[in-house]
Design a protein around this ligand. Sequence first.
Ligand code: F6P
Length: 365
Amino acid sequence: MSKRLLVLTGGGDCPGLNAVIRAIVKRAAQEKDWEIIGSIESFNGILREPTEIVVLDEHKVAGIHVQGGTIIGTVNKGGPFAWPVKNQDGSWSTVDRSDEMIRKLSYMGIDAVINIGGDGSQRISQKLFKKGLNIIGVPKTIDNDLAATDFTFGFQTAVQIATEAVDKLVTTAASHNRVFILEVMGRDAGWIAAHSAIAGGADVCLIPEIPYKLDKVIEKVNSRYHNGRGFCNIVVAEGAKPHGGTFTGEDMHEIGNEHIKLGGIGEKLRHDLINAGIEADVRTVVLGHLQRGGIPMAYDRVLATEFGVKAFEMVLENKFGHMVAYHHPHIVAVSFEEALIHPKIVSSKGDIVRTAKGVGIEFGD
Ligand code: F6P
């Protein structure tokens, strides 16, 4: 009798998700007796009635490693521990449906689950593992902010996209003597901002980990102009904040999603620079979800494929309660406890900031 493996993708999408799915399916096909099922939109496909699942065979996943997004969809709200329900008065609340879901998976003959997702998804994996589910995690985030793994797939693609944006803004800024502010993703960690600032040769880089002083930014901008001529490129992570200030964004007001929707720090900085008397024309570009869409670059396809193959092999070894991780040069298994203990943030004293400062990039500290 064949065994059944459930695969799902949760949280924000990320270039490389499809390459993981394909790798799991292709590796499993070598074992002959495994059937791979995809749950549509994370665990929500299992929790819905009728159930929304899809059989993932080699035909279904052929060539998908070059595609962005995820063929089985993803969500960052709902899930087994916070299922939204509408109350009689029209308000919403959430209920824990995890026990019911585990019973349903058993009824469906699911032997193991691979959950591909970021820290939020892996916290769900950990809780389900503690309740007895045979589950393995595969980390994903363009932000690269999971401490247990050297890199997550999607990060290099996001950095490449952000770097190409800096490259483009440099030529137009130089032509018009302008200041350009490029707002990139990075909720809690400034890895995308720091890498793209170095790669693109930006002048200022503002990240969540180092609250910036406006005076320092102004000083750097002014140093880039002589007799009104010059230009300045600023890369700012969406989670950056001024010294003594807070994040720029808005509450989601969405049941089952506690995230603050970040965005707007670039525009805030533009106004602050203008109000401070910067004479040059200051413009803002928000890169947004362009960093998450589109085809993964080769590095991310390879890392995602390594993660997918390893995740399936961990299923064969009954290594449940663990997450795949990259510890150069090896692909390893780490426990959920170890994986989730703390995020990986940019250290103000670390190599990437030292390198950036070494080539004159101002962090505003
Ligand atoms: O965690 C990855 C990320 O891209 C963050 O940098 C960003 O804040 C968030 O996702 C945006 O998520 P959403 O698309 O749900 O607004």
